[in-house]
Design a binder for this molecule. Structure first.
Ligand code: FES
Length: 103
């Protein structure tokens, strides 16, 4: 099955320092703008499947608001307990005025 990039939102919706989550083809995706660089990950924490998208982003890492585990936004790696599994990461690109992700 081929996987295609799909439109996520307009670029103006995620300025530097902002983030946005949306359900794309049944998958919750979080896109963060880290100093002008767009990074896309799962919007759901790998520990107990809780929402990750309200977490705080700092130094290219996001902290789960539920139990505090941090995840690397580039690799998805879990950096703290109680999370032990990574979160999914997705390719992201800008085409014209649109941010697109590949699931
Ligand atoms: S649900 Fe995210 S660390 Fe527990």
């Amino acid at each position: 099955m081929s996987e295609e990039f799909v439109r996520f939102c307009e670029t103006s919706e995620i300025p530097s320092g902002a983030k946005k989550h949306a359900k794309i083809n049944g998958t919750w995706v979080l896109v963060c703008n880290v100093k002008g660089r767009l990074l896309a990950v799962s919007a759901i924490c790998s520990h107990q499947e809780k929402p990750l998208f309200t977490g705080r982003v700092r130094n290219c890492k996001i902290s789960c608001p539920v139990h505090g585990a941090r995840f690397d936004l580039e690799t998805g790696e879990a950096l703290d307990l109680p999370a032990t599994k990574p979160i999914a990461t997705y390719a992201v690109r800008v085409v014209g005025d649109w941010v697109e992700v590949k699931l």
